[in-house]
Design a protein around this ligand. Sequence first.
Ligand SMILES: [Zn+2]
Length: 305
Amino acid sequence: MSVLMTDIQADIPVPFSGDQLDHGDNIRDPEQLQALLQKTSARAVLFYQGRIGIGAGGRPHRVHPSDLIGHDLMAPGPLFLGMEGERPIFAFSITKPEEFMPEQNFVSLRGIGGNMRPSDLALAGRAKSLFAWHFTDKHCVACGTKTVSRDGGTKQLCTGCGAESFPRVNPVAIMLVTDGDRVLLGRGVGWPEGAMSALAGFVSPGESVEEAAQREVMEEAGIKTKNPRYIFSQPWPFPAQLMMGLMLEAVNTDITVDPKELEDARWFTREEVLAVFEKRGEAFMRLPRQTIAHQLMRQWLNETA
Ligand SMILES: [Zn+2]
């Protein structure tokens, strides 16, 4: 069997992981942040409606934080992402992209992710998740009063009762179910024709990720599984999931699709999957390489080579 060049190598992180910044958790009080914003070396990346501004060379466009003065900004104002060596890095969410660059230069991380440097993608994903949190969670979960951003956007403080809240990450199990040299893939409701991926679902309270994986595969496809094996995880900033990849072995192979969850689920042979990855087969649509499902399939192809 042929072997693929692997994406999963020690020096190439899973997409959206591999952030190189020192998060600077001890330099986040207001005076320190003000000093960091004013450093000559400081830089800010720009977001508009969850999309990142891309500049020359396909890298995130950077400006000095002082260039933002006088422009309309979305709450919470500057996010402090951390230190790149001696250089403080911030992110701002702006409201008028054309004041900085053409609007089309602000691109979705879903679209461009596979073409970005791993460290840029990780930084951008983290900023996107933090902005999404501030956008949706504006009130204290304890008393309902408005919250304000603290610590450079990594914390919120209630202006009523003083409760602190922190950005939530939602764990999702994503599963590659195998039956010998076959793998189970499914298509979600409303997905484009030909799109197939690993099954996935949110972890419920009281569940291990292994239990969630087995429950989801049973619910969605009627397949009982054994030997769940954790492979790797991936931050997924749409808006703030932690995708936890597992491989499981099928006990039964007759698929019963839950039509509320899936439009289709089928077994594909290793040869069919390999042909898709090598762009000489079209059994299903090849997934973007920044997705964990792509990475899981690639891992399986390599393990079974
Ligand atoms: Zn409160």
